[in-house]
Design a protein around this ligand. Sequence first.
Ligand code: SF4
Ligand code: ZN
Length: 304
Amino acid sequence: MQCQKCENTAVYTRKYSGESLCSECFSNSILRKAAKTISKYKMIKNDELVVVGVSGGKDSLVLLSILKKMSETHNFRIIAVTIDEGIPGYRDEALEIVKSFCSKLDVEFRTYSYKELYDVTLSESLELRDEEKTTSCSICGIFRRRALDHAAEELGANVIATGHNLDDSLQTFLINTLSGDSNKIGWMSPGSDSKQIRKIKPLAEIYESEIVFYAFTNNLPFQTEPCPHMNEGIRTEIREFLNSIEDKHSGIKNNMYRSIIKISEVMKDSSFKEKRICTNCGNQCTGKICAVCNMITDLKKERS
Ligand code: SF4
Ligand code: ZN
């Protein structure tokens, strides 16, 4: 079959639009989509330094390679940051992949670890936690957000970019809905309008399956081994459910994503919480003590 944009052979058919594309036209369509999302939400401004959170998985390495390409023709700089949670075996392989990919792209690369920042690795935290109350990913998520904020502050960056794709947003929406966490639905915009460090998701309008294909067709290296804690929560089941309905009804994920963004806009004001300063560490939070300090206090209690 021929590519619908050029004379080359098509290698990818986008089921929801019916388009068949060759590798180059497919890759260009992904670059255009990401650029459109960045410009629609005014994600990056002139002269800014962008911290790119790179885990070593396909999404973050695709994001890094796309932002590197864009930074060559636009007026912004990037720096790659990997957060080392302290998951033996898993994270070490990822760090090697990221390090060598960054040197190939000529992108500066830094790592920050939970051990350095919180004096406890993820694995140690999991031994200490109350399993009934906290999942691995909830501890990890709280620590990772703070670690990236810390990195951006220390590096003098204005923006933190992460590789979340469209499927991630749909899953998060359903997880929040099913767990009654409706407040979080108001925070689902892919670009934040915070005056502080901006959090952006340039791949937020792209299907996960297309990111996998982009990585594959551009020979990007990425870690295929999943985190050993990945299947502890409900996310994997929701992911499979969404994939099965997309299989039968092409384009349904795009429709759902559009609805989520509208719902999120409506809920934004009611989800807004006055920002306060954590009395323990001085970071911004919504209560008296921030989630990181609360978590560390709980873990220390268990340790003693
Ligand atoms: Fe952390 Fe969960 Fe991701 Fe593993 S799957 S790295 S525990 S957030
Ligand atoms: Zn704190």
